[in-house]
Design a protein around this ligand. Structure first.
Ligand code: ADP
Length: 213
């Protein structure tokens, strides 16, 4: 089985940013698994999965484990390339499903304060093609409101409004954070990097060092 690297952290911890940055600079091939993107795509296509997931996503809640495990585990086991997983597992039930499937991941935990998360959600703009931008100077699009990559109009994620972000942070604390201890109890390597706005350069290097070790 291929190796699996799991990115963990609060919503808006910058998992996707670190991951994309690393992918631009490496020659190695990875399969990137973002359950969030997968679910957003299913919603766009209006599939059964998309319709079910929407009810949870818009409230800032997690989609139930049985639905998520069914779309993830098999693909992980069959992948021909190492996997970079952004946002799976997010519950003890999902972590247990991974362990039961014989997958022994490495975890990179991105740490940030709640205030940073709330600010980043306010500043975030996304494109349907998967690119993400900010309204501040961190990563603005070249032309305001337009995706550099595909030219489509940028928009805000519905779950980035402050009330929903608060809910997502609560969900993170009650359901996702406990997986770090759970994984350590199962002898999984957990690396923690500080990923606040002023830590960007150090975090980028730490991330690459862990990936290349
Ligand atoms: P963020 O990390 O900023 O919360 P994501 O794009 O990873 O954003 O996830 C968006 C939403 O998709 C989550 O709030 C949740 O409803 C759903 N989701 C994503 N990953 C999972 C998962 N592993 N288990 C259950 N629901 C998930």
């Amino acid at each position: 089985m291929q190796s699996v690297i799991v990115l963990c952290g609060k919503p808006g911890a910058g998992k996707g940013t670190r991951l994309n940055e690393f992918l631009k600079e490496t020659d190695k091939k990875y399969k990137v698994l973002s359950v969030g993107n997968l679910l957003r795509e299913a919603r766009k296509q209006n599939t059964e999965l998309g319709k079910k997931a929407a009810k949870f996503m818009d409230k800032g809640l997690l989609v139930p484990d049985n639905i998520i495990n069914a779309i993830v585990i098999d693909g992980m086991k069959k992948s021909k390339e190492p996997i970079l997983s952004d946002g799976y597992p997010r519950t003890i039930g999902q972590a247990q499903a991974m362990i039961d499937a014989g997958i022994n991941p490495i975890i990179i935990d991105c740490e940030v304060d709640d205030e940073v998360v709330i600010q980043r959600a306010k500043n975030r703009l996304v494109c349907d093609c998967g690119e993400t931008y900010t309204t501040d100077s961190f990563k603005p699009p070249i032309i305001e409101g337009i995706c550099d990559k595909c030219g489509k109009h940028l928009h805000r994620r519905p779950d980035d409004n402050p009330e929903v972000v608060k809910q997502r942070l609560d969900v993170y604390r009650s359901q996702t954070e406990p997986i770090l201890e759970f994984m350590q109890e199962h002898n999984v390597e957990v690396h923690t990097i500080s990923n606040g706005d002023s830590d960007s350069e150090t975090a980028k290097k730490q991330f690459a060092d862990i990936m290349n070790s």
